[in-house]
Design a protein around this ligand. Sequence first.
Ligand code: SF4
Length: 711
Amino acid sequence: MTLEVIGVQQNLVAISAHASTATATHCPYCAFQCGMRLTVADDAVTIVGDPDFPVNKGALCIKGWTAAETLAHPDRLHTPLVRNTRGNLTPATWDDALDRIADGIRATQARHGVDAVGVFGGGSLTNEKTYLLGKFARVALGTRNIDYNGRFCMSSAAAAGLRAFGIDRGLPFPIEDIAHADVILLVGSNPSETMPPLMQYFQAQRANGGTLIVVDPRRTVTAQTATMHLRLTPGSDAALANGLLHVVLRDGFIDRGFLAERTVGFDEIAGIAATYWPERTEKITGVPELQLAQAARLLGRAARPMVLTARGGEQQSQGVANTLAYINLALALGKRGRPFTSFGTITGQGNGQGGREHGQKCDQLPGYRRIDDPAARAHVAAVWGIDAADIPGAGSSAFELLDTMGEKDGLRALILIGSNPVVSAPNAVHIEERFRALDLLVVSEFFLSETARLAHVVVPSAQWAEEEGTMTNLEGRVILRRRAVDAPDGVRTDLEIIAAVADRLGKGDHFRYSGASAVFDELCRATAGGPADYSGMSWARIEASGGIFWPCPSADHEGTPRIFAERFATPDGRARFHPVRHQSPAEEPDADYPLYLTTGRVLAQYQSGTQTRRIPRLAGMASEPFAEINPAAARRAGIADGTLLALVTRRGRAIARARLTRDIREDTVFVPFHWGGLSSVNRLTNPALDPTSRMPEFKVCAVRLESHPAS
Ligand code: SF4
């Protein structure tokens, strides 16, 4: 069903816009941020892959080809909506909507305090929006409560990277390095479906004689292309990584000179790894001893091994520990003379990297600065023209923030941009109830998403091709999205909306910019000297170069494609090993709920599906969720292939169509999460949080299958 490498294609969609020449811009969806060229002629938008952009090299997936179909879509919002006294959303003028927002914020602050008003952002927002949203929360609202949906995506990898390397950049090397690794361990990632143009690098690696080992409970399309597939039990990643390390150590593949020069803490790790002998590891992970030893030897003998993780191991209540265990393995495989240790994590959302750098996290200021660092506060306050003491402290993380909505000392008002938590948050039925308990919910959206339907005020916002801004892709390369078409009448950009609300709150002086590039210039100043330093960048430089890797601390600095080539970003320049032991997931199968449930994505849909479910070609490819079940498990539950079934967990029920396949473990069910209502698998998922990253456990919980009456 899936193409591994997709060539240059084109898509036509009718739209009212000015005729123009081709505009080089980027896809609205995932972190690969494929370069594309949009041409508007004869009221139609043409999309082709950009062969000059060095990341996708002209390839697009079906989501990219069809992206323009959201622009003139009949569901598009063109006017603000305000909930009337009868409880209905009705069209309103911009002035009425903005007044309602500002009045609601002031009333909430007066009754419940400034922290009762919160902000929720998204990992698909441009760097400029991310930055301005963080500034809006701290300067215009004075609230400590801002977080974003990237907490559900990248926070475990980010926390692990910070601990081990002193800095969090998903891939610390350019994507092209994948083609030159001789053995790759790819953990919990299925790029054949989620990011198909990335597969050209894995194909090049194979063509160069390389080996790919995939770790996944499912035999995914990506796993089918691999040399080896380690089909682990959900929730057993740390044990698997420790077991691989055990064999690497036992068989003498360690370069102690490298470890002494560039790392700290190996001896303690070695002691732990010694206890994960293959028989024990097989018992925990389900990966046969022989396979484990074979994979470890392949990695140990490799001249250029690479370990890549993604959401499979990270979206767990042990997500940080799991990622650290894989980092331990990658560091232990390092050898003298290597430019870097070849560990990376594959970011998911469009601006999943930049979205976590510039201040929309509850504990963070722009440039990946900590909000509790006095020097960081002083620097950012000077850029913002305020007193450092006026910057609030750290607030609550995403799920915890949403969990308090409508509660006595929790959030009473929320401004939400670029996110649809009613579909994407764990334990979604509960989260929907909490949204309904708010006094004021403001949603900026281009379609009436499941979350927007609950809002008191909905403001219609511009889409990616209608506005400009920078994104930071999965490699840490900052790129520029150019405006290709005019926004429809009645629609405003998120930057304009944020500035207009700030103005009504009496803080407009802090939010007057000549355009999005001026916001970026201020962002660059705010990041100067921080871990993610953009201060040498400008839109002109980015456009001229096709993208700049951060850090880029001065106008004559070329950027940093390989960030750990000389040293790690720790005080002594050495990477840190961290002791990790296997711990069970928060919920495991039992007599009542006998199977593991794990969730993920499919090729034709993106995230909560707000955009992609509305595109007929994508909906035709994936119109409803399926439950991938091993035939043996289906037989035990009395489920036939193709029938509707109910999935039941301790949190709720959801409906999906059974898809029987031996490509999944007998003890595991997989369901994609792109749909709402009864089709939302997040009605079932467990909000158990990682103690460090506060990442919910999307990838593991216990489930029961039941026949559905409609089947
Ligand atoms: S969804 Fe991702 S892989 Fe597909 S075209 Fe867009 S950026 Fe490229």
